[in-house]
Design a binder for this molecule. Structure first.
Ligand code: ATP
Ligand code: MG
Length: 377
């Protein structure tokens, strides 16, 4: 196991993916009281603040939505392994930007990787240890991928020799590359292939149509479950059925794919409200500030919803920026006064005034309740 170093990048190589999946979980910094924080030596204070900033920057929440998505994905991936016929199941997560697709998918891939390694070991030949067990292949599309680029990305994940520049010329045909990629998947017993940012395939170009068809083909041919993620996949035409010839055959496969969504949080129904409250509760457990209290974030649930519109990306930005500022200024707590000074992305800011109007009474009540509780503490 490697230590908890900051992680960056797209995890599109086996090494970076392994590092991500096998690293130890971060440990939450100890909760000190304000006098204890003030009493730290300069160097201990610098270290404590740095650890807290890093911790807050990397909070990952298993929201109920993430749990539901993981259950759906597990059904698909596990049943794929039991199927003996040639119809392969696949899933596509189709949701707007910053809904948490990448985060949820990586968590899923990580759990799956660890489970398979626990079941079947790190090597497929334990005696000689020559063939690594690589249960998950993970690539993130970028730019305008061509078929060759797609295969090279898959091969690049496995550090296949063909991606080394001197050998690049030897495999020129797309079908050779496809075969080489299929070999890697089979040789390393890969059971799950994750392709993120599928929307980079702009279906208006011929090449993208070929790449999309190739992906559909791969998903059906390989003995691995494919999970895709992207923005507006339905609208882009990626999930449309082909009409003729080869396209029609592929469409048959594609029709068996399950499309899963992810939504912004809402406060419409009682269930929505409970889910949002539980999310706030998880944040209370995760945030380490010395002047806070157990319900600090839950007590701001409506305010935080009004600020973020229920978008997980905006929510996490608010929390990260808010905690960083609270540590820097010595406030050591999150409240409206501090959070009001944090500016968020345009999406969140532009809807804020409307939400303020809509939740006006609830916001006032929350403020009053907060003041009463503050006085009682
Ligand atoms: N479950 C989660 N816990 C904590 N933070 C999360 C979670 N899901 C998403 N985030 C945060 O929200 C932001 C957007 O998440 P992510 O990149 O996973 O979204 P996405 O749907 O893949 O976006 P895009 O469509 O732009 O690729 C990130 O800053 C991420 O840290
Ligand atoms: Mg993403």
């Amino acid at each position: 196991m490697t230590s908890a170093q900051p992680l960056r990048g797209s995890f599109s190589t086996y090494e970076s993916w392994s590092h991500f999946t096998e690293r130890e979980a971060r440990t939450i910094p100890e909760r000190l009281t304000t006098p204890q924080v003030v009493g730290l030596s300069d160097s201990a204070r610098v270290d404590y603040d740095r650890r807290r900033r890093e911790w807050h920057a990397n909070i990952v929440l298993r929201s109920e939505q993430v749990d539901r998505l993981h259950q759906d994905l597990l059904d698909i991936v596990d049943s794929n392994q039991q199927d003996s016929d040639r119809v392969k199941s696949a899933a596509a997560i189709d949701a707007p930007p910053t809904m948490g697709k990448t985060t949820a998918l990586r968590m899923f891939g990580r759990d799956f990787h660890r489970r398979r390694v626990a079941e079947a070991g790190e090597y497929l030949d334990p005696d000689t240890q020559t063939t690594k067990h690589i249960p998950v292949c993970h690539v993130t599309l970028a730019g305008k991928p061509t078929i060759k680029a797609l295969h090279q990305m898959l091969l690049g994940f496995y550090a296949h020799p063909s991606v080394r520049s001197e050998l690049r010329q030897s495999l020129t045909l797309s079908r050779d590359l496809a075969r080489a990629a299929a070999d890697c998947i089979a040789r390393h017993d890969t059971r799950l292939v994750i392709i993120d940012d599928l929307h980079f395939l702009n279906m208006r170009t011929n090449d993208s149509v070929h790449v999309a068809n190739q992906l559909k083909w791969l998903a059906n041919e390989y003995d691995a479950a494919f999970v895709f993620a992207g923005v507006a996949l339905r609208e882009s035409g990626l999930l449309k059925e082909g009409r003729s010839g080869e396209d029609a055959a592929l469409a048959q496969t594609f029709r068996r794919w399950t499309v899963l969504g992810m939504n912004i949080f809402s406060l419409q129904t009682q269930t929505d409200k409970r889910e949002w409250a539980r999310l706030m509760g998880s944040l209370d457990k995760a945030v380490v500030l010395s002047n806070g209290h157990d319900r600090m974030i839950q007590d701001l649930a409506t305010y935080i919803f009004v600020r973020t519109g229920g978008n997980i990306g905006s929510l996490m930005d608010l929390i990260r920026r808010g905690t960083t500022r609270a540590i820097r200024t010595g406030d050591e707590k999150l409240d409206r006064a501090l959070l009001d000074t944090i500016r968020l992305d345009e999406g969140a800011e532009s809807g804020r005034a409307d939400r303020e109007k809509k939740f006006d009474r609830k916001l006032k009540r929350e403020l009053d309740d907060g003041s009463t509780e503050e006085a009682a503490r």
